[in-house]
Write a protein that binds this ligand. Structure first.
Ligand code: SF4
Ligand code: SF4
Length: 265
């Protein structure tokens, strides 16, 4: 669900791969007949960045948020568990944040709610391995937003919805998925999966792991970076991805004290 006025009024063909310069036809807001229809009966995937933002705006700990608002999907194509927002138990399975007036956490709504009606994907060049990003429209049957005579450039939509920061951090998670499915043939056991879940979704515990364990005596982390990690949850989450690359896939992203070498990321 989005609340935005249309910038132009030129209809475009929606059924194709879209670059950031392409256009699509869509508008959403309290004026559409389907307003909030999309906020029920859905599997709403939450990324680590979503969890960080939502527990902050709700003023609760990561553990409380995970316990009260989330369920886990274990069977996934990439092999890592996923977190989904728990819908209410009524027949309608409504999102816990939807109200008659719209989304009660609109400014902090998850990335999946922001980017809709677009999806984002990438292809890998078979010869040189370079990745090319593209977008596409996702048409839900109940969504009347495509009938609105409004046109958006993809890049303008992403900016308007605040997607760039979400994409930047979500790409770090995608890198781990790609390592698991295509790159490293590493077998990950239950303790690795626990580490993944803690670092990605339970940032309070990950902070404890960094600051209240021998972690900082084992690994070289510059003192200014340590201070940043103490005070900035987004930097801490980025650091968590860096740690996971090292811990799960033996990437040289951390420097063990007393050993030579520089981190590569
Ligand atoms: S169904 Fe589509 S147009 Fe209707 S509120 Fe949801 S996103 Fe907006
Ligand atoms: S978080 Fe907000 S926009 Fe997303 S499904 Fe719930 S009510 Fe709708």
């Amino acid at each position: 669900m989005n609340n935005n006025p249309p910038p132009t009024t030129t209809p475009v063909n929606p059924d194709k791969r879209l670059s950031v310069d392409d256009e699509f036809q869509f508008a959403c807001g309290p004026h559409v007949p389907c307003f909030t229809e999309c906020c029920r009966k859905l599997d709403l995937l939450l990324t680590p960045f979503d969890v960080l933002n939502l527990r902050k705006v709700l003023g609760i700990s990561s553990a409380e948020f995970l316990d009260s608002y989330c369920r886990i999907r274990v069977e996934t194509a990439h092999g890592f568990p996923e977190i989904l927002l728990k819908m209410d138990s009524g027949e309608d399975r409504r999102c816990p944040f939807v109200t008659r007036a719209g989304c009660s956490i609109y400014l902090n709504r998850p990335g999946a709610c922001r980017i809709y009606p677009l999806g984002r994907a990438s292809t890998k060049h078979p010869m040189d391995g370079t990745r090319k990003e593209f977008y596409f429209t996702v048409r839900e049957d109940h969504c009347r937003g495509f009938d609105e005579p409004c046109t958006w450039r993809v890049e303008d939509w992403l900016s308007d919805q605040g997607m760039h920061e979400y994409n930047k951090i979500n790409d770090l998670l995608m890198e781990l998925y790609v390592y698991r499915t295509r790159g490293r043939r590493v077998t990950l056991g239950p303790s690795h999966i626990q580490m993944f879940m803690m670092a990605c979704y339970n940032l309070d515990r990950f902070r404890d792991f960094i600051f209240n364990s021998p972690f900082l005596s084992k690994f070289e982390v510059p003192s200014d970076a340590v201070e940043e990690l103490r005070g900035d949850d987004v930097r801490l989450l980025e650091f968590a991805f860096r740690w996971l690359k090292f811990a799960l896939f033996s990437e040289p992203t951390m420097v063990v004290r007393g050993q030579r070498g520089e981190p590569s990321a």
